[in-house]
Design a binder for this molecule. Structure first.
Ligand code: 13P
Ligand code: SF4
Length: 301
């Protein structure tokens, strides 16, 4: 049955000149049919340059929207229209407008995990792999308003000299599933392993890591090293275990599962290729403003 679906996907992909982009957190069966798998930044960079008639995006909505913003001529469909990011929903454009009014003359940095309307209200966008670099490009006398992730914002504040005011948003997967008790446990059970932690985690967790980074940062580290504890959503761990069966990996917590990323199934991918749904449509005026904050980020990346 699964083989049958995979064969159909491969055939249709060719016929329709389609490209499948997938995030590191989707299930392995979906990662295996993708043309490119990566973190938010790498997926955005890929979407911008890819030449295809159709992009099928396997991830969450803000990622598909970013792909469409960067490649407006190509039809972009989200494999599963219900795959959203709860953190991106933790701030609206109106809330951001009020936040800006409370702190005039600040620079708004928005994490890419945000709506297109929020990006349109921001000065510069960032991902987890370039947040510190982007912040360092902002003049030091400027206050940074960081939205929506309080944890990544706190990490940025620790790594730069800026005054950073963070919005109270968070990723339920990283914020709620990793604690300092989990860190103590893995340190005891795997004393000679390196601990890699995503900056969407709590400061009490990322401050105890050996390396803090994006999912691509973790994948790159794993290429060269062995004995690694992965402190992010388990999809990346499954990818690394499959890619490097000879290496030793452990999870900071197996409970860290993003149900939204897991909504993308092989059946959805096939359906997207067959019916070219659900297409991402973006308001042109908002797109123009949102693109500015994304392009500003890409220039620095
Ligand atoms: P990365 O850009 O590090 O892959 O992170 C995306 C994300 O949604 C993490 O929860
Ligand atoms: Fe959003 Fe967290 Fe899922 Fe990433 S892991 S898509 S931040 S809910």
């Amino acid at each position: 049955m699964e083989n049958n679906i995979v064969e159909k996907i491969i055939k249709l992909k060719k016929e329709k000149n389609a490209v499948i982009l997938a995030h590191n957190y989707v299930t392995m069966d979906v990662q295996n049919v993708a043309d490119f798998v990566g973190d938010s930044l790498a997926l955005a960079q890929k979407a911008k340059t890819v030449e295809a008639d159709l992009i099928v995006f396997c991830g969450v909505r803000f990622m598909g929207e970013t792909a469409k913003l960067l490649n407006p001529e190509t039809k972009v469909v989200l494999a599963n229209k219900n795959a959203g990011c709860p953190m991106a929903d933790m701030i609206t454009a109106d809330q951001l407008k009020d936040f800006k009014a409370e702190h005039p003359n600040s620079t708004v940095m928005c994490y890419v995990n945000s709506s297109i309307e929020v990006k349109a209200e921001s000065d510069i966008c960032c991902t987890s792999s370039n947040a510190v670099k982007i912040a360092k490009s902002v003049p030091e006398d400027k206050t940074i308003l960081f939205v929506p992730d309080k944890n990544l914002g706190t990490y940025v504040a620790q790594q730069t000299k800026h005054k950073v005011i963070v919005w109270d948003g968070f990723c339920p997967v990283h914020n709620n599933n990793f604690s300092k008790i989990d860190v103590e446990k893995v340190r005891k059970n795997f004393p000679d392993y390196k601990l890699l932690v995503h900056p969407e985690s709590l400061p009490e967790v990322f401050n105890k890591a050996d390396i803090v980074g994006s999912t691509k940062g973790m994948a790159d580290y794993s290429e060269e090293n062995n004995k690694i504890i992965i402190g992010t959503e388990v999809g990346l761990l499954r990818q690394l275990e499959a890619k490097y069966p000879e290496k030793k990996f452990a999870a900071l917590s197996e409970k860290a599962i993003c149900v939204n990323m897991k909504k993308n199934t092989l059946k959805d991918v096939l359906n997207s290729l067959e019916n070219e749904t659900d297409e991402i449509i973006i308001d042109a005026e908002i797109a123009k403003r949102a693109l500015k904050s994304i392009e500003a980020m890409l220039e620095l990346s």
